[in-house]
Ligand binder design. Structure first.
Ligand SMILES: NC(=O)c1ccc[n+]([C@@H]2O[C@H](COP(=O)([O-])OP(=O)(O)OC[C@H]3O[C@@H](n4cnc5c(N)ncnc54)[C@H](O)[C@@H]3O)[C@@H](O)[C@H]2O)c1
Length: 249
């Protein structure tokens, strides 16, 4: 408890799923949380209420992380509201499925724009403030598909492989200036994002998962709390894997 007291975190895609779980876990540890999500604020009532009931402050900024102007405005609002930003979680992400031979160009562009460009844009506008204040944590939510790839998800896999490489490269640039950058590559976690998977895929995945079940959001959020906390002071460019044993590196 209270490992993040006094900290201010931005969580992108925090209205739902893993991002919501991270936002609430941060608040439970004492952080105030800016939620930047493309969804309308009405769709984030549950997470806003949960954070407020914990006695923390939250600020909701409807943001498309792929949009430069909206990201810049979101970061300005976060600074105007709380005065500083200590933690950035680049979690917003989307997922579609298609064989490459049929993949609509628009799907490639949108998935890369949200998952990879969005991670870059949020980092680009937050990082100068972290460097100026001499501290910060950036946590990028990748995916194990960024390592191993997956049938019908080449575009998603490419975006997440890009997030992993970006995490490592940025970590090398800024670690000596006390901004620590790490990532999380979850396995299959029960959220809306997984809802589009077929029953056939789910059965096959369950059969090969060493732990024999899909993960819960509550099994990913503690990894983000750890990476944001003082306990992770020697973690630089690491990609942690709450994945039920699906990928062992
Ligand atoms: N669920 C899984 O199995 C799994 C596995 C590995 C990685 N991930 C990654 O975890 C992250 C969260 O996924 P999830 O499962 O919670 O998904 P989700 O669909 O439940 O939630 C995603 C959230 O991101 C928001 N969002 C979507 N596009 C956005 C945009 N352009 N700008 C801002 N917000 C946007 C959505 O409104 C939503 O609130 C994603 O990056 C995803 O790729 C998920």
């Amino acid at each position: 408890m209270n490992r993040l007291t006094g900290k201010v975190a931005i969580v992108t895609g925090g209205a739902n799923g893993i991002g919501r779980g991270i936002a609430e876990a941060f608040a439970k540890e004492g952080a105030n949380v800016v939620i930047a999500d493309i969804a309308a604020q009405e769709q984030a009532t549950a997470v806003i209420d949960a954070i407020t009931q914990m006695g923390r402050s939250t600020c909701y900024v409807q943001t498309d992380v792929a949009n430069e102007q909206q990201v810049q405005a979101m970061v300005t609002t976060a600074l105007q509201t709380f005065g500083h930003i200590d933690i950035l979680v680049n979690n917003a992400g989307i997922f579609t499925q298609s064989l490459v031979e049929d993949l609509p160009i628009a799907d490639w562009d949108r998935v890369l724009n949200v998952n990879l460009r969005g991670t870059f844009l949020c980092t680009r506008f937050v990082l100068p403030h972290m460097l100026a204040q001499g501290s910060g944590r950036i946590i990028n939510i990748a995916s194990q598909l960024g390592y191993i790839g997956g049938r019908e998800v080449a575009h998603y896999s490419a975006s997440k492989g890009g997030v992993i490489a970006f995490t490592k490269a940025l970590a090398r640039e800024v670690a000596t200036r006390n901004v620590l950058v790490n990532g999380i590559a979850p396995g299959p976690i029960l959220t809306d994002l997984m809802a589009s998977e077929t029953e056939e895929w789910k059965a096959a995945k369950l059969a090969e998962l060493p732990i024999g079940r899909f993960g819960e959001v509550s099994e990913v959020a503690p990894t983000a709390v750890f990476l944001a906390s003082d306990d992770a002071s020697y973690y630089v460019g690491q990609i942690l894997g709450p994945n039920g044993g699906d990928v062992m590196l």
